[in-house]
Design a protein around this ligand. Structure first.
Ligand code: ADP
Ligand code: MG
Length: 401
């Protein structure tokens, strides 16, 4: 995918146009309150550009999953609209519908430089998953509401939904927004020509989600550090006792293959903090190698020898890519490994560092290491698929220059 070939917002004439803007407002909401406004803030450059140029900004997003009527109250974009109005410092026309006369009239009445937000696109999933399955009628309908389309939702770019691919395929003109463009540029640096030494760090919970990216990173990177829950499948493949740690039995063979083929590249933890449960306040440290995790306990974090090892592998790195925490950071007792790795990255001079993945990003933000990275990706699955070298449908559907 050659990013230079895709239209961007700067290639569009926006004045007086009805500009459909697909953003990613899939924010975490707890008890009706937004707990992180990051995604809303990230959408502002594109929205402001459209408003400043005198376009009519018609903004929409998905929010969570909508499986039944009852989900609608919890998954309404209304709290997001309040926050966005707050951030923009202006009024927003809010339409609590995803289609129909009310929405169409509201759009007809819009003045240049005004902004309208309509409801959660996934409300349409109650109609045979029309949004998520990219129902052609829905994409066509939404496209008919505007003159041009801007996709700025990187988080869903790896999915062909009606609100991205559907619209892009049915409208005269389409382009990437600033956020999408920034993500593509930042991740392209890693996919196409990472400056060496290139060290990748992969952690988190599910190997099966990340196996594709692990294999492409094993090809491209000089070292691949594996931590978090991921590490235990590899540890088991090496014949170590992993106690009750997370494991994907059906990936053990593959792990063995990788360990054989890339034995000089794969760096595994050499010690662990384990416990009988996540809530356990006691860290049982297992500084032994070969690894032995006591029966009935789970490895929940890396420990000091692993931290030292990972630090030394990171030394001198010029490109660092990180996806997936080193431990169960949701529990303060098991955040040390992730914290130490973040700290080490923050100390690297002139390294290009990128972190992606919902939980990884939340962890480094909570630990106060946001500034340690050259780029923090807003996409989890999307960033992984991009790094695997896949063409993301949401980007592919955008018109060439
Ligand atoms: P991301 O969202 O950054 O892509 P994942 O979703 O793959 O990351 O993984 C994050 C989850 O992995 C977190 O909930 C974390 O608690 C869990 N995790 C990390 N290390 C372990 C471990 N040793 N055992 C079990 N779960 C783990
Ligand atoms: Mg996650």
């Amino acid at each position: 995918m050659h990013l230079t070939s895709k239209k961007t917002i700067d290639d569009l004439q926006l004045k007086g146009k009805k500009v459909l803007i697909r953003v990613d407002f899939n924010v975490p909401i707890k008890d009706g309150k937004i707990t992180s406004v990051k995604r809303i803030v990230s959408s502002l450059p594109t929205i402001n550009k459209v408003l400043e140029e005198g376009g009519k900004a018609i903004v929409f997003s998905h929010l969570g999953r909508v499986k039944e009527e009852a989900d609608k109250t919890k998954k309404s974009l209304k709290p997001v609209v309040y926050e966005l109005a707050n951030q923009l410092g202006r009024n927003i026309i809010y339409v609590d519908q995803t289609r129909g006369a009310k929405l169409e009239h509201a759009i007809e009445k819009m003045q240049d430089g005004e902004i309208l937000v309509f409801e959660n696109t996934r409300f349409e999933d109650l109609n045979n998953k029309a949004e998520s399955k990219n129902d052609p009628e829905l994409g066509k309908y939404w496209a008919s509401l505007g003159d041009v389309f801007i996709n700025d939702a990187f988080g869903t770019a790896h999915r062909a939904h009606a609100s991205n691919v559907g619209i892009a395929s049915n409208i005269a003109e389409s382009a990437m927004g600033y956020l999408l463009e920034k993500e593509v540029k930042a991740l392209s640096k890693i996919v196409h020509n990472p400056i060496k030494p290139f060290v990748a760090i992969i952690g988190g919970a599910k190997i099966s989600d990340k196996i594709g990216v692990v294999s492409s990173l094993l090809e491209k990177a000089d070292k691949v550090i594996i931590g978090g829950g991921m590490a235990y499948t590899f540890n088991k493949a090496l014949g170590f006792n992993i106690g009750n740690s997370l494991v994907e039995e059906d990936k053990i063979e593959l792990a063995k293959e990788y360990l054989e083929k890339y034995k000089d590249k794969i760096i595994l933890p050499v010690d662990h903090a384990s416990a009988t449960s996540f809530e356990d306040q006691e860290r049982i440290l297992n500084p032994s190698h070969p690894l032995q995790i006591p029966e009935n306990t789970m490895g929940l974090d890396i420990d000091q020898y692993s931290i030292e090892l990972f630090k030394s592998e990171l030394e001198g790195a010029k490109t660092v890519l990180w996806n997936g925490p080193m431990g169960v950071t949701e529990f303060s007792n098991f955040k040390y490994g992730t914290e130490a790795v973040a700290k080490e990255i923050s100390k690297l001079e002139d390294a290009y560092s990128v972190i992606g993945g919902g939980d990884s990003v939340a962890a480094v933000e909570n630990l106060g290491f946001e500034d340690a990275f050259s780029h923090i990706s807003t996409g989890g699955g999307a960033s992984i698929e991009f790094l695997e070298g896949k063409e993301l449908p949401g980007i592919k559907a955008i018109q060439d220059k």
